[in-house]
Design a protein around this ligand. Structure first.
Ligand code: SF4
Ligand code: SF4
Length: 146
């Protein structure tokens, strides 16, 4: 369902989180677009990040990988990941912790719409946490919209 339905009440650029409601790491709810950051595990592997761990489950034999820093909280089945990579790509996994400069992510909007209630008021959300030389810039939704 899109929040941009005709007749929906308009908000004038106010934050959409309620009092006492926290926005979690990797989330922005400051306009009705509702953006989430998704970590690209392929990037963790390609750069051989020292915080990427893997292990084999003793009982099932399934191999998993995860992030020691809990930038993404879920553990990924490596076999399923590799199969997905061979068939178009695994894609992203929801960011649940504060990223490090090397963490590669993209921003995924949940809703699309026109009007001020969908206008981005938090452009820094698209940037990484480090603006130094090593900083990575994600795919920028603003570029796609212009
Ligand atoms: S710290 Fe970042 S790059 Fe390293 S494993 Fe975790 S999410 Fe991937
Ligand atoms: S478009 Fe901008 S303000 Fe709106 S949710 Fe996404 S990052 Fe936040």
């Amino acid at each position: 369902m899109c929040f941009g339905a005709i007749g929906a009440p308009k908000l004038a650029g106010v934050a959409l989180t309620q009092k006492g409601e926290e926005t979690r790491a990797g989330e922005c709810r400051q306009c009705r677009t509702f953006c989430d950051k998704l970590i690209e595990p392929r990037g963790c592997l390609e750069q051989r990040c020292k915080y990427l761990y893997s292990y084999s489950d003793q009982l099932s034999g399934v191999r998993y990988m995860g992030c020691m820093r809990k930038v993404f909280g879920a553990e990924i089945d490596i076999e399923m990941f590799e199969a997905a990579e061979r068939n178009g790509g695994f894609g992203g996994i929801k960011m649940t912790g504060d990223p490090l400069p090397q963490c590669q992510f993209r921003v995924e909007p949940a809703y699309e719409g026109a009007g001020p209630e969908f206008a981005c008021v938090n452009p820094r959300f698209f940037d990484c946490t480090d603006d130094g030389d090593d900083g990575l810039r994600v795919f920028d939704l603003r570029d796609a919209l212009t």
